[in-house]
Design a protein around this ligand. Structure first.
Ligand code: FAD
Ligand code: MLT
Ligand code: ZN
Length: 475
């Protein structure tokens, strides 16, 4: 146990939470001390798992009084080590794993109220059982939690149609750094009572309080979906295809994801049970999904016709449309396994960049060329949410290099170069993953003093003692 903590704090917490809610055993804590990518390992004085908002309030009050930092943690799938404590060993990890109730799900209001620890795929299943859908999804859906998704304002693969978490968030319940409970759970669609605390806490990465529950917008379940995979030569053709398909299918298109040949190769090499979707390899691939309600024509026909037209027009080389749900899932597995395959392949300098949608196809080609010229031997692998103007622009070590040593030596310079390129086109260095620890230095380097100053003022007002997730998002 860490000697710098007040002697009675750990005992009091252990008594308060009982054996199911408290551990300081290094073996129990170990899996929760390293980020998903395995880049950063921290230390903690204890792992606390409160069962409800009242226990969370009690923990926050005790920690605030002792000036001990709290690191909120959901599924620990952060891509920016946002839920990983620092190395001091003073922090308390507050896990939401025991706050897993879906308090209500109303098809009439199209609203679900889910506690922070609810796993995203569990919410999907619960909504589906009532003929509804929670339209936010991502590859980590089997681990990522509602609290984490709210706190990172997560994006994912349906942003094109439904927006990021903020667009789906109707209300929030959170324990503020003072220990007070902000009860903002609501089914209201309109509510103009001053500053929007719900949206302030969304995307705050645990620095302004602990989200304990959220009310979330649902949409009617889709009666049918069409999932297609297309191979093409040039990402500029992809944008033309998207705009053409929107003309034909309207907002039925929910996902428009890009996967380069190298990412597909890694998936096929490292992920069991995957196979190539098209006969030949193509420099770029698209995964496209459209859905339709029961009264509308089958979207498979519309997507098939649109892709046939695109092949005839010469900007798609080949395409396949899933004939059934098993095939649709197999195509999605290819897309959703890219991060896992990349992780097995080795450590990369990760970037999560946004540009205006129209600028991204050119950036995929010219940005990669500039990086590869400036840092000979490195290999850019960019994939993701092309329809949103957001890709994960990862730079891999030269072949044969020790990737960890290379990242330690070159990573910061490469990231600064990438972010400056993105900045020069009016883009963002964090489209959907947040700032966490791994982007903090670059955020501070590139953000305007006005932006950093305003964020610091908000932080100081709500968390004057600085106990909530210190070292993340803000210096
Ligand atoms: P954690 O990783 O545990 O925490 C994330 C941040 O939120 C931390 O700062 C933490 O302190 C804070 N936090 C967690 N819970 C709370 C709470 N209750 N109250 C206050 N703060 C809290 N992200 C995308 O946006 N789009 C994607 O497409 C996407 N794909 C992914 C694919 C894979 C394979 C993986 C591993 C991750 C992916 N991510 C993606 C990143 C990640 O899944 C999301 O950031 C997700 O929102 C994190 O949820 P979590 O429960 O794991 O949160
Ligand atoms: C994705 O879109 O798959 C992710 O956000 C994960 C990643 O960046 O690796
Ligand atoms: Zn993503």
């Amino acid at each position: 146990m860490n000697a710098t903590l007040p002697a009675d704090l750990i005992e009091t917490l252990a008594r308060l939470l009982g054996p199911r809610g408290f551990t300081a055993d290094p073996a129990d804590m170990r899996p929760w001390l390293t980020d998903w990518r395995g880049r950063i390992t921290g230390a903690a004085a204890a792992l606390l798992s409160p069962v409800d908002a009242a226990e969370t309030q009690a923990i926050v009050r005790l920690a605030a009084r002792a000036g001990v930092p709290i690191v909120p943690q959901g599924g620990n799938t952060s891509m920016v080590a946002g839920a990983t404590p620092d190395a001091s060993g003073r922090a308390l990890i507050l896990s939401t794993r025991r706050m897993r109730a879906i308090r209500s799900l109303s098809p009439e209001d199209n609203v679900a109220v889910a506690e922070a620890g609810v796993i995203l795929s569990d919410l999907h299943d619960a909504a589906e059982a009532q003929g509804r859908r929670f339209p936010l999804s991502l590859a980590a859906k089997g681990s990522a939690t509602i609290g984490g998704l709210v706190s990172t304002n997560a994006g994912g693969t349906q942003v094109l149609r439904f927006g990021t978490m903020r667009a789906l968030l109707l209300g929030i319940e959170a324990v503020l750094p003072s220990g007070e409970l902000f009860d903002g759970i609501t089914a209201l669609r309109k509510d103009n009572r001053g500053y929007d605390l719900r949206q302030l806490l969304a995307g705050a990465e645990g620095t302004l309080g602990i989200v304990t529950a959220a009310s979330l917008r649902l949409v009617p379940a889709a009666a049918a979906r069409a999932v297609a995979w297309a191979g093409l030569d040039d990402p500029r053709d992809a944008l033309a295809l998207l705009r053409r398909m929107e003309g034909q299918l309207g907002d039925a298109i929910e996902s428009f994801e890009i996967v380069p040949a190298e990412a597909l190769r890694l998936v096929l090499a490292h992920v069991p049970g995957t196979r190539a979707p098209l006969e030949d390899s193509h420099p770029w691939n698209l995964l496209i999904e459209a859905t339709a309600p029961a009264s509308a024509p089958d979207p498979r026909e519309a997507i098939t016709a649109a892709l046939a037209g695109a092949i005839e027009a010469g900007f798609v080389r080949d395409a396949t449309v899933a004939a059934n749900e098993a095939q649709a899932d197999a195509l999605w597995k290819l897309r959703e396994s890219v991060s896992e395959a990349e992780r097995v392949d080795g450590i990369a300098a990760k970037h999560d960049v946004a540009l205006p949608v129209s600028a991204m196809p050119r950036f995929l080609i010219e940005g990669a060329r500039e990086v590869e010229q400036r840092f000979p031997g490195v290999r850019v692998l960019a994939f993701g949410h092309l329809g949103d103007g957001n890709v994960h622009f990862n730079v891999r070590a030269p072949l044969g290099a020790d990737d960890r040593a290379w990242l330690a030596a070159e990573g910061a310079t490469i990231s600064a170069f990438v972010h400056d390129l993105v900045g020069s086109e009016g883009g963002s260095l964090s489209a959907e993953h947040g700032i966490g620890q791994t982007k903090l230095a670059e955020f501070v380097r590139t953000a305007s003093p006005a932006r950093i100053g305003a964020l610091k003022a908000i932080k100081a007002a709500l968390d004057p003692a600085g106990i909530m997730n210190p070292g993340k998002l803000l210096p």
